[in-house]
Design a protein around this ligand. Structure first.
Ligand SMILES: NC(=O)c1ccc[n+]([C@@H]2O[C@H](COP(=O)([O-])OP(=O)(O)OC[C@H]3O[C@@H](n4cnc5c(N)ncnc54)[C@H](O)[C@@H]3O)[C@@H](O)[C@H]2O)c1
Length: 286
């Protein structure tokens, strides 16, 4: 269980859960007690993650499909309701790369990346928020809803060979903040991470993990923040974008009025990062 948090009785959807960050996040959510709906493209990987969760005593079902398809979103929500009776947490994570300079990029390379990342995030968000809004109306008050989106430093820094990816990730940050604002009254909290991790997506860039020591770029260092943001403990955090890797997680944006704007409630160890300590300083950007 990450940081003493419990997600007992909660149901989570993770997209792109067969590999890399999605796999690590799904395992961490399950270890904290959540029941999982695992989405990925058709293939063995996502079933292996489900088997791993079930082998450790958890509950998981697989919902294969392209997250850019509306029907996949409907099927994921249907799996959560049908298998576990509800939905509490959505982790939008699935993604692909088609890197090219803007002056040589094809329309197909642009459309595919925008479709999987931005449309994929929209579809998951549309299904989950529609469900939570309805639940909130029936309950006559806020319900439990957590969205953790996956943006990227590529949008913050303007990655030169990734105009499609950077634009999609900027859109995801904007979608996160607008979701946070529009759905807070229903009990929904929406935040985004900009992770760094050694995965299939970044293997060429980051190379092999160091041997005989902790890998600071292991996806397992990102997963605890996702688990935290999915938990009741993060109820006061909404509309934030976090850079997270190797245990360092500075806050980079915030909705006015959010407590995280004044005080970062999940501080890293004092030795971890000057930037993170600066983010934790009271009154930083009031
Ligand atoms: N690894 C990093 O350093 C890093 C940095 C910034 C952002 N990200 C983001 O993190 C997320 C996960 O990336 P990763 O590094 O784990 O990559 P990865 O390639 O290891 O995993 C991506 C997963 O998404 C799945 N996927 C791809 N297209 C899909 C679709 N249409 N529908 C459903 N699933 C699909 C893949 O099959 C794969 O399992 C992505 O959104 C990526 O952009 C990663």
């Amino acid at each position: 269980m990450a940081h003493g948090l419990t997600l007992d009785g909660k149901t989570a959807i993770v997209t792109g859960a067969g590999n890399g960050l999605g796999r690590a996040e799904a395992l961490a959510l399950a270890a904290a007690g959540a029941r999982l709906v695992l989405n990925d493209l058709t293939g063995q990987a996502v079933h292996a993650v489900a088997d791993e969760i079930k082998g450790a005593g958890g509950e998981a079902v697989v919902c294969e499909g392209d997250i850019g398809d509306w029907a996949t979103g409907e099927a994921m929500l249907g799996a959560a309701l049908g298998s576990f009776g509800g939905l509490d947490i959505l982790v939008n994570n699935a993604g692909v790369l088609r890197d090219r300079m803007v002056f040589t990029m094809s329309a197909h390379e642009w459309d595919l990346v925008l479709r999987v990342h931005l449309r994929g995030h929209f579809i998951g968000t549309r299904m989950a928020t529609g469900y939570w809004r309805e639940q909130s109306k029936q309950a006559g008050g806020p319900v439990y809803g957590r969205i953790i989106n996956t943006s990227s430093e590529a949008f913050l820094l303007g990655s030169a060979g990734q105009p499609n990816y950077a634009a999609a990730k900027a859109g995801i940050a904007a979608l996160t903040v607008t979701t946070a604002r529009s759905c807070a009254k229903y009990g929904v909290r929406a935040n985004a991470i900009c992770p760094r991790a050694r995965t299939g997506m970044t293997r060429d860039l980051m190379g092999a993990a160091p041997e005989g020591t902790i890998d600071p770029l292991a996806p397992e260092h990102v997963a605890p923040l996702v688990t935290y943001l999915a938990s009741p403990s993060a109820a006061a955090i909404n509309g934030e974008v976090f850079v997270v890797h190797g245990g360092v997680a500075p806050a980079t944006a915030s909705v006015p009025g959010s407590p995280a704007r004044r005080r970062w409630p999940w501080p890293p160890r004092r030795s971890d990062s000057g930037a993170a300590r600066e983010a934790a300083r009271p009154g930083r950007d009031d």
